[in-house]
Design a protein around this ligand. Sequence first.
Ligand code: SF4
Length: 315
Amino acid sequence: MDDNLLFEIRNLEKRYKIDVGLFKKEYFYAVNKVSFKVFRNEILGLVGESGSGKSTIGRLILKLIKKTDGDIYYKGKDLYKLTKLEEKKFRKETSIIFQDPRSSLNPRMKIYEILEEPLIVHKIDKKLRRYIIENSIINAGLDTTFLEKYPFELSGGQRQRVAIARAIVLNPDFIVADEPTSALDVSTQLQIINLIKKLKNENSLSVLFITHDLNVVGNISDRLIVLYRGKIMEKGNTTDILNYPLHPYTKLLIASLPVSHPKDRNKKELPKEVFREDIQNSCVFYHRCPYAEDRCKVEPDIKNINGREVYCHFV
Ligand code: SF4
């Protein structure tokens, strides 16, 4: 096994049964045959619009929700075949930062208690706890006076730093950061992005960074996955994808980004989005794709072009 490999996800699926009439059922695929790897010391961006399945993927690989199909390997071991001891180790080595720290931090607990909770769960010696907690809060960019405060006494950015301190308190190998900047103003967003980059570099951390914002992901991720309706549209090096998008959906996403100067507007190739009826077993982007042809009524395979994976007939 490659020692650098943390997660290997193969054909992961999460589907829900829905009633569409008397005795008739269909499946809704929140995540549809998704495969990817997460390596040590990298930030992997997962970008897509709301409802694309990105948060579901984050929860699936942390085993916070059950998969329907496919395989998840963590450090070479099937996540669904871990022993009790291995499961405990997995919980200690992985963590999550949620979008809204207001709802993820208990308002009745002081910051010290919030950070102490995971240490108690994992039976860390009481004598060591204060030292670990103080280190975490300092690493998250706050001083130790914050430990005696309650979440309501903090700004949005400070609360998110506390959420990050809690995520790193057990010194994890991997964190899912689920839209950690979307509830913050632009300057605080940048501070949180820089903090996550710093933690990655200093602690050899791997991060699955989930966002709907291409600008944010362009600023932080080493590799990028573009997701649409639970399927991977494009996967590769972030700079390559943002500079030379190959998939029509990625092109649309990039074309919809605001330009910094009006004179640059003409330089952007703006494919026109269309809306047509869905067809069963077609390419999942068929109903919106400006380049769709008859062939797209049959689902494409994933093509590998110089290390970039693209889900489209015409690349
Ligand atoms: Fe568009 Fe066809 Fe490519 Fe799908 S396969 S993205 S519909 S051109």
